[in-house]
Design a protein around this ligand. Structure first.
Ligand SMILES: [Zn+2]
Length: 245
């Protein structure tokens, strides 16, 4: 399995960056996980959008779906030109309903609703969806390959039950939206960097990829806070970062 970062910032992209989007390649399939602002242009550095096998949207907040609507135009064009035959399946929550409806607008895109605890088989892996603590229905993805496991945490607050999803994932992609000193007083369905590091330590993740990063933070400040609570292999996400497992 190969995991590549296309976008990793939030709530908006910094110069040349993008909000969340990741490329999962497994057994020859190309699966886009989240499709934020700026992700489509990065995707084109690897292959053409019509060559995607599936899209997963963890939840329907705009920083995770903005480019999906433009991706639909790409699919439409390639279908018209005869370069793509099959519709593109997008796995996404059914709520909020008014936004889920927009995923189903065209015949060349098929929306498949994702549900808590449900497992979806693909060639070479299976993906299980688990609800996180977030303002709207949001699903972490446990991606079980033949030998390795990736846990993509999507957007998630610190009460998310990571332990019940997965222990010792080979890669834990976890959001760290705030430096801990900037954490809002009220729970907002996001981790601080420190909380992300503590969660990774708790589930004994072999590697933590810290993501969903505010563009105004320096990598050094993120690194310092995360490494204070996590003793495994730490990486700070950036576009183009990639790992083969
Ligand atoms: Zn969100």
């Amino acid at each position: 399995m190969k995991w590549t970062v296309l976008g990793c910032q939030s709530p908006y992209p910094g110069p040349g960056g993008g909000t969340p989007g990741y490329l999962l390649e497994v057994s020859g399939q190309r699966i886009l996980v989240d499709c934020g602002s700026g992700v489509l242009s990065k995707l084109g550095c690897y292959f053409q959008p019509h060559q995607l096998d599936a899209v997963w949207l963890s939840h329907l907040h705009f920083d995770h779906i903005a480019d999906f609507f433009v991706l639909q135009y790409a699919v439409k064009t390639e279908v018209r030109l005869g370069r793509r035959k099959a519709p593109l399946t997008v796995y996404a929550p059914a709520e909020p309903a008014d936004w889920a409806e927009k995923l189903n607008k065209y015949p060349y895109v098929l929306h498949q609703s994702i549900h808590e605890g449900q497992t979806y088989p693909f060639h070479g892996c299976e993906i299980t969806a688990h609800r996180t603590e977030h303002a709207i229905p949001c699903y972490a993805l446990k991606i079980q390959g033949q030998e390795k496991v990736i846990l993509y945490g999507a957007d998630a607050g610190p009460s998310t039950p990571w332990n019940s999803m997965c222990i010792q994932p080979d890669l834990f992609v976890c959001e760290g939206t705030f430096l801990h000193q900037d954490l809002p007083l009220q729970p907002v369905g996001h981790h601080s960097v420190l909380q992300a590091a503590m969660a990774a330590q708790r589930i004994k993740a072999h590697r933590l990829l810290l993501t969903h990063l505010y563009p105004g933070y320096s990598h050094q400040s993120l690194w310092n806070e995360a490494s204070s609570a996590y003793s495994g292999q730490l990486s700070i996400a950036s576009p183009g970062w990639s790992i083969s497992l």
